[in-house]
Design a protein around this ligand. Structure first.
Ligand code: PPS
Length: 288
């Protein structure tokens, strides 16, 4: 528990959150043209942090190639935010892992738009397991089965995956929220980007759009120092244990789950999602 700060019942990693950053978070004043990317960790955050700035600035790749991802699209709740806030110009893009009910008060009265990305929770658990191994500020996750059980019980940062996705489902935001999935991005990132452009009432030339698609390819992001987290010192993120941009595929869970764990995972997640209208593409995705 030493690694965690508990914020309104939610476990957060201490190094990247402080009482001050969370006080600041609560006081943030949203503007109507803000765009907020919301994810449960390991669901495609960094990928959309690569895409969004270019969509908001007419396709210019300069920010993505010159500004670290956590500064160009900063976390609302993390330590950098007070310093970074004044460097942003409208339309601003933010990211957050917070559940709906813990959003800052001004969110509920603004018209800021939300892009919510979900990913197959089995792949989320695998990706997060490796992240816990590389992040010195998080506890040792143990073996995968131990980690997966903690994940199901919500004894991980940002709590239970099902609580997060349920909190953001039908929250009364109407056309202020767009739902996309990591798996749709894997299948057709071009189509997803066009959909995001429509949601944001923005247009790009076909050439600029193709440029964004190219820039956000996994292999290109792996080479982009501003996006691959290689700027973070190794005593925070130890890349000898795992890469931040690790595999970038759908379905890696099949290499990690025993049949028993798979059955338990299905049972718990299905039970907890009962009564919701979530329909996911998980099993139809072509794996690369
Ligand atoms: S975090 O810590 O919440 O910001 O992590 P997040 O960025 O949400 O998730 C990291 C996983 O997303 C994968 N990723 C990608 N996959 C495919 N294509 C692209 N361009 C891409 N960018 C990031 C990243 O590899 C992590 O997944 P895993 O399964 O660990 O590879």
């Amino acid at each position: 528990m030493d690694s965690y700060l508990v914020y309104r019942g939610l476990l957060l990693p201490k190094t990247v959150h402080t009482e001050d950053s969370l006080n600041y978070y609560e006081s943030i004043q949203f503007q109507d043209d803000d765009v907020i990317l919301i994810t449960y960790p390991k669901s495609g955050t960094t990928w959309m942090q690569e895409i969004l700035p270019s969509l908001l600035n007419g396709g210019d790749p300069t920010p993505v190639l010159t500004i670290p991802s956590w500064i160009r699209v900063p976390w609302l709740e993390q330590v950098c935010i007070p310093e970074v806030m004044h460097t942003l110009s409208a339309p601003r893009a933010f990211v957050s892992h917070m559940p709906f009910n813990l959003m800052p008060p001004s969110f509920f009265t603004s018209k800021a738009k939300v892009i919510y990305i979900t990913r197959n929770p089995k792949d989320v658990a695998v990706s997060h397991f490796y992240f816990n191994q590389m992040a010195s500020f998080l506890p040792d996750p143990g073996n995968f089965e131990e980690y997966a059980n903690n994940f199901l019980a919500g004894k991980v940062i940002y709590g239970k995956w099902t609580d997060h996705v349920k909190s953001w489902r039908n929250p009364g935001l109407g056309d202020r929220i767009l739902y996309i999935t990591y798996e749709e991005m894997i299948q057709d990132v071009y189509g997803v980007i066009k959909c995001v452009l429509g949601f944001l009432d923005r247009q790009l030339s076909e050439d600029a759009l193709k440029g964004v698609v190219e820039q956000c390819q996994f292999k290109n992001m792996k080479q982009n120092k501003m996006s691959n987290y290689s700027l973070v010192p190794p005593d925070y993120l130890d890349t000898s244990k795992s890469s931040f941009l690790r595999k970038g595929i759908a379905g890696d869970w099949k290499n990690h789950f025993s049949p028993e764990l798979d059955a338990k995972f299905n049972e718990v997640i299905n039970e907890e999602l009962k009564g919701t209208d979530y329909r996911f593409l998980w099993e139809q995705v072509q794996h690369n």
